[in-house]
Design a protein around this ligand. Structure first.
Ligand SMILES: CC(C)(COP(=O)(O)OP(=O)(O)OC[C@H]1O[C@@H](n2cnc3c(N)ncnc32)[C@H](O)[C@@H]1OP(=O)(O)O)[C@@H](O)C(=O)NCCC(=O)NCCS
Length: 207
């Protein structure tokens, strides 16, 4: 799948697949070739949802994979990025007007913009396979919890591409070695119908 890619890409892809194999083995799935769709989304085995992230940020880079049984979780998405602030020339591309207004000119605005970016990437990875079409960063609005340990991501444009229960996602942040991690879990419909609290995925750093 990446034989023509540059060395760095081949390596991150291979490490991601290695993590995925280990994670799938924990759910009892072995010997499964994890291919990707035309949009690059991994094609997980039947009955499994999952997400892959890799970054070259931090001291040694980071790769993480999360998987879950579809009977427990409708979709999940994870993302890892360096803690450095989101460059201001990307704000218009990534943030909605409301998000930019909220950030204002506070000293920590660049870092908080990065939190919103990581949250949106995790959300996109969770919902894009269900949308079946591209969504933009500004189709999603993120509210970061005051303690910066969690967020709610709401799909505010093109929401009709998604089933109602995927239009508002809860997520959590974690920090590890100058890397911010974000995870989004979309509970399955049966869970929502029976009304338990929202569940969250935890990160498992596998390499
Ligand atoms: C999907 C997306 C969020 C991934 O971002 P990224 O910076 O490549 O994220 P990471 O490097 O952490 O993770 C890459 C992994 O995400 C997964 N991924 C890629 N596309 C995906 C998708 N459509 N759905 C779910 N997961 C996807 C893959 O597993 C990939 O790793 P692999 O190719 O080695 O298997 C991003 O590419 C994207 O589509 N953003 C949409 C917003 C946007 O850019 N809009 C403008 C359109 S013109």
């Amino acid at each position: 799948m990446v034989e023509r890619a540059v060395e760095r890409r081949r390596r991150e892809f291979a490490i991601g697949r290695q993590c995925a194999r280990r994670a799938l083995a924990r759910l009892g799935v072995t010997g499964f070739p994890l291919l990707a769709g035309p949009d690059r989304a991994p094609l997980w085995p039947a009955g499994i949802v999952g997400s892959i992230t890799h970054t070259h940020a931090g001291a040694a880079g980071f790769c993480g994979v999360a998987v879950a049984a579809r009977q427990d979780v409708a979709a999940l998405g994870i993302d890892a990025e360096g803690v450095d602030p989101l460059p201001s020339d990307l704000w218009d591309f990534v943030l909605t007007d409301a998000e930019k207004r909220q950030l204002g000119r506070k000293p920590e605005a660049g870092y908080r913009a990065k939190l919103a970016f990581v949250a949106k990437e995790a959300t996109l990875k969770a919902v894009l396979p269900a949308a079946g079409q591209p969504l933009d960063f500004r189709d999603i609005q993120v509210n970061v919890a005051p303690a910066e340990d969690g967020f709610v991501a709401e799909v505010i444009a093109q929401a009709e591409k998604l089933p109602p229960w995927m239009r508002c996602c809860a997520g959590r942040f974690a920090r590890h070695d100058r890397i911010i991690l974000a995870a989004v879990v979309v509970p399955n419909r049966i869970e929502l119908a029976s009304g338990p609290e929202r569940s969250f995925v935890g990160f498992h750093a596998m390499c």
